[in-house]
Design a protein. Structure first.
Length: 144
């Protein structure tokens, strides 16, 4: 995933991960819906491959949260696993209710998710030092 190599800041990495993750539900919504409903019928070898990819993505999120805690950007009182699973659950459920012709675009939804998540996990002492420009994808300076 490009976010790991593109950004130094865990906040920016997590933001990019969430935005890309949400976009997947727009691009592959029909496929994802069928997958979630029919995944119990997968052959074992496909189940193993998918579990490996899912675990890899989960580890990426956990690692980014842990990195943010270690450098002081994210709250240390939040367990990494619960925080990561909350993010995964929140975004994964998008396939159930998102409609491309709905009230909000996928970009708007991803921005709302990012706002909710970052407001919950960024350390209060760090929040005051971050500007809207640092948190906004449209205004984000790629050079960190």
């Amino acid at each position: 995933m490009y976010a790991i190599n593109m950004y130094e800041s865990p906040t920016r990495k997590l933001r990019a991960i969430i935005k890309d993750f949400v976009k997947v539900f727009d691009i592959y919504k029909p496929h994802i819906s069928v997958f979630y409903q029919e995944s119990i019928y997968l052959k074992h070898e496909y189940e193993v491959i998918i579990k490996e990819k899912r675990d890899c993505f989960k580890k990426l999120i956990f690692h980014t949260i842990k990195e943010g805690q270690e450098c002081g950007e994210f709250r240390k009182d939040l367990p990494v696993e619960i925080t990561g699973m909350a993010i995964l659950g929140m975004v994964n459920w998008t396939y159930k209710w998102y409609h491309p012709t709905g009230k909000n675009t996928i970009e708007e939804i991803s921005e709302i998710f990012v706002e909710l998540i970052l407001h919950a996990i960024i350390a209060k002492e760090k929040w005051n030092h971050l500007t809207y420009n640092e948190l906004s994808a449209d205004r984000m300076n790629v050079s960190d």
